[in-house]
Design a protein. Structure first.
Length: 155
């Protein structure tokens, strides 16, 4: 069962992963990021940063979509992490069962608009986010479980 879908450009990293993994009781983390899935060095680094006792899969968006029937059969609590809004939108359009997304961290880039202290969206990311909202998906910003939930309900 998917317990958390998170957008975080850092993918797997330290305390945030550990706090969210513990909070949702995740037994498996599925990282969905084309760059990471196609780069052996990035994959190795991500696997080194996983919490003990938690399975980690690193998939391209297309492979994640293809794997969802099998993922649905797993008797595990699952956390999915996406590296960017384009991947997240593509996945959600192909797999419309996602109803809620946690925007954890989106890097501040030139032309970005701040939506929270850790979420900065370029015009393209804003358009992707609006499409997700238009699909009826609830989106909120929250860095860790102890932070306040900040709804992102319009762009």
């Amino acid at each position: 069962m998917i317990k958390l879908v998170r957008l975080d450009y850092r993918l797997l990293h330290g305390q945030v992963v550990f706090s969210w993994t513990g909070h949702v009781g995740a037994q498996r983390i599925i990282v969905v990021d084309d760059d990471a899935a196609n780069d052996e060095m990035k994959k190795s680094a991500l696997l080194l940063s996983k919490p003990a006792g938690v399975w980690v899969n690193i998939f391209t968006v297309d492979k994640a979509i293809a794997k969802m029937p099998k993922v649905e059969q797993l008797d595990e609590k699952i956390m999915m992490i996406f590296g960017n809004t384009a991947a997240l939108l593509k996945f959600c359009q192909a797999y419309p069962k996602i109803k809620e997304i946690n925007y954890g961290a989106v890097a501040n880039k030139p032309g970005s608009k701040a939506f929270d202290q850790s979420v900065f969206l370029t015009p393209e990311e804003q358009a992707d986010t609006q499409k997700l909202l238009d699909m009826g998906i609830k989106i909120y910003s929250q860095q860790t479980p102890t932070f306040k939930v900040v709804p992102i309900d319009h762009i």
